[in-house]
Design a protein around this ligand. Structure first.
Ligand code: HSE
Length: 307
């Protein structure tokens, strides 16, 4: 059995407009790399972090917290070193903490001969995610670990449903270089919502799930609407309304906040449309003085990959 593996731990888009805290999908072109190494010395050590300034103490690092949760539960006869090559900016809204939290447990599991299934891995990764967002949610972790589109049917006990990915679906993202902390963007949300909005929202979730199963792109378009969360959170994201209207004109099926923001995602039918949408996003933000990155990605149906 190998003593060391290198993995690609992907960025993810949580919520997917209508599915706050339950829906998510996995990206292909953006993600962290991590090296996990088995050691004779017991315990978890983070030995290298490149890309961003993050804590090396396992108890303070999301990758370390999820690794410790799994390690303490399994009590293996070895230890692990973790190297993190962070490419996803923390606070970007594309699952930076999830990529770290999922990557460490995925890597350790592989080195131990895969004793845990994907749901069990997600459960341990949720402990790391909770350090970053102050709550245990799995809508970024599930797509990172399972790949494709996922629906978290229940967080406790954890039940993840894997949804099909229509083959022509592409994502476009813009990441304005401002930081929004998940904990803060959760704090501004109302504790209760009007029944009429709830009805609209659960109709959209149901129809989006049906649309993914039937590859019905028109229905995907009709379903990608968020009447519950977006009205509050969009105020934190400069030019959100402009980006949304411009990319819909450019042919996107839908556009919404990625996770807790500030990234904005769009879904399109075909890579060509996704690239036109990328240009439309760039046009809006290049008129501002905010730095930004844009990405086009197919949906990653595999999730975390061993490199
Ligand atoms: N569902 C979470 C939220 C995702 O929107 O707060 C955060 O990454």
């Amino acid at each position: 059995m190998k003593n060391e593996i290198k993995i690609f731990s992907p960025a993810t888009v949580a919520n997917v407009a209508c599915g706050f805290d339950v829906l998510g999908f996995c990206l292909d072109t953006i993600g962290d790399e991590m090296v996990i190494r088995k050691t004779e010395a017991k315990g978890i050590k983070i030995t290298k972090i490149e890309g961003y300034d993050l804590p090396f103490e396992p108890e303070k690092n999301v990758a370390g917290v999820s690794a410790l949760a799994m390690y303490n539960a399994l009590q293996p006869d070895c230890g692990f070193e973790i190297e993190i090559y962070k490419k996803i900016k923390p606070g970007s809204g594309i699952g930076s903490s999830s990529a770290s939290a999922a990557g460490s447990v995925f890597g350790m599991n592989a080195l131990l001969g895969n004793p845990l299934n994907k749901t069990e891995l997600t459960n341990f990764a949720m402990k790391g995610e909770a350090l970053a967002s102050k709550c245990e949610h799995a809508d970024n972790l599930a797509p990172a670990i399972f790949g494709g589109f996922t629906l978290v049917k229940s967080a406790c006990p954890l039940k993840v449903l894997e949804l099909p990915t229509p083959s022509d679906l592409f994502a476009t993202l813009i990441h304005p270089q401002i930081e929004i902390k998940t904990s803060e963007s959760r704090a501004i949300l109302p504790k209760e919502i009007p029944l009429s909005n709830a009805i609209t929202q659960w109709a959209n979730v149901g129809s989006l799930v049906h649309a993914l199963h039937t590859s019905d792109y028109d229905l995907i378009k009709e379903s990608l609407n968020d009447v519950v969360i977006e009205p509050y959170r969009k105020q934190l994201i400069p030019h959100f309304d402009d980006v949304k209207s411009t990319v819909l004109e450019a042919g996107a099926l839908g556009c919404a906040i990625s996770g807790s923001g500030p990234s904005i995602f769009a879904l399109s039918k075909s890579e060509a449309t996704a690239k036109a949408v990328q240009l439309a996003m760039q046009n809006v933000y290049s008129k501002s003085n905010i730095q930004f990155e844009t990405y086009v990605s197919k949906i990653n149906t595999q999730g975390i990959k061993i490199l």
